[in-house]
Every structure is written in structure tokens, then in C-alpha cells.
Design a protein around this ligand. Structure first.
Ligand code: ZN
Length: 202
């Protein structure tokens, strides 16, 4: 069913249909991309064996997904005055946010200040709480060096956790979609019904 947002987008029936279809296309490519990615290990062998060039399918799906999302944003911006995310792109962000929650403790500042020691060109160490040590690895106090090492260790683990969580969330999403499709029996019955209704002459 079309979402309320797409229904509210425009009163013009043609335009409304276009947004409903565009929104669905975003979902289709979201599904293709997530499934191709999550099942790349098992698909890789089969697809690669069948056609070495077909291995680029995943890249094509990913590209088309992003192109469609960008088109949806541009189209809503023209109609509404602001770029709205398609529900499919929102789903992607939900997965990303859940995974990124694992790396929030990692500091992400760009340039470390110079070491306080005279004539030392070393850089101060990140202490992980928004502060820097006064000295570089050579001129730092033992306490600050320990804090820096603890921060590095927890940061590495947080990054690993986030990567693993992202993989797990994408994989769970793909498995759920494949199972859902299987339970629905695919679109075959819809096609048959559509053909029958067009050819079922009295
Ligand atoms: Zn130094």
C-alpha cells in the first residue's frame, strides 16, 4: 500500500501514481541490493561459475538503488520544497544508525596538537574523552599513556562491534525478505490474476 506521505505529495493523479511507483522502485532495489550483498558468499560461486561478468550484478544493483533514492529526493524537493527520503532509504539509515551506535565512543577528530616537549615534533595522544595528552608517545606521562592505550583498545573493539552489527543487521534483513517472498509465493498469482482479468472475456 502506498504510504501516507506519497499520497499527500500531490493531488494530480498522474504525479501521485509516479511517486507511488518511484517509492516502490526504491524498495525493490533496496531488496535486490541487500539480498545480493548478504548472500554474496553463496551467490558468488554460482553466479561467478555461470558467467564471470555477472559478478558485477551486485555493483549494478547498488548503483541503481542509489540513483533511485537520489531521484526520489530530487523529485520530492521539486514538489515539496525539501528533499524527502524514500521509506527504503530511511530503512537503510535505521540499519546504519543501529550499527553506528556501537562506535560512538570513538573520537573522530582530525589533527592532534603538537607535543609540549621542547623541539619535539611528535603529536599529542588522544585520551578518548575529548582531551589530548600533553606529550607524544615518548614524552607522555604514564597515566596518560595508559589512558591512550585503553582508548585505542576500546575504540578498535567498538569499530569491530559496529562492523559486525552492520553485517548482522543487513543479513537479518535479507533473510527476512527472502523468507517473506517465499511465504508470499512470489508475484506469480498476481501476474496470473492480472492476465486472467484482461483475457477473461464473457
Ligand atoms: Zn614529544
Amino acid at each position: 500500500m502506498p504510504s501516507e506521505r506519497s499520497a499527500d505529495l500531490d493531488d494530480d493523479p498522474r504525479s501521485r501514481i509516479a511517486f507511488v511507483v518511484l517509492e516502490q522502485l526504491c524498495w525493490h532495489m533496496f531488496c535486490c541490493d541487500v539480498i545480493l550483498d548478504a548472500f554474496s558468499d553463496v551467490l558468488g560461486d554460482v553466479i561467478g561459475d555461470a558467467d564471470p561478468n555477472a559478478i558485477e550484478l551486485a555493483e549494478c544493483a547498488n548503483e541503481l538503488r542509489h540513483d533511485l533514492q537520489a531521484t526520489y529526493r530530487a523529485a520530492t524537493e521539486k514538489r515539496l520544497g525539501f528533499a524527502a527520503l524514500s521509506p527504503a532509504e530511511n530503512a537503510t539509515l535505521t540499519i546504519e544508525r543501529a550499527a553506528d551506535a556501537g562506535v560512538q565512543s570513538v573520537s573522530n577528530r582530525a589533527d592532534a596538537p603538537r607535543c609540549d616537549a621542547p623541539d619535539c615534533s611528535g603529536s599529542a595522544l588522544d585520551l578518548g574523552d575529548g582531551s589530548w595528552s600533553g606529550g607524544c608517545l615518548t614524552h607522555v606521562s604514564l597515566t596518560d599513556r595508559d589512558r591512550h592505550q585503553m582508548f585505542n583498545i576500546s575504540g578498535d573493539h567498538a569499530k569491530e562491534r559496529a562492523d559486525f552489527l552492520r553485517y548482522q543487521l543487513n543479513r537479518s534483513t535479507a533473510v527476512a525478505l527472502v523468507n517473506w517472498w517465499h511465504d508470499m509465493g512470489g508475484p506469480q498469482h498476481v501476474l496470473e490474476e492480472a492476465i486472467r482479468s484482461e483475457t477473461d472475456f464473457p
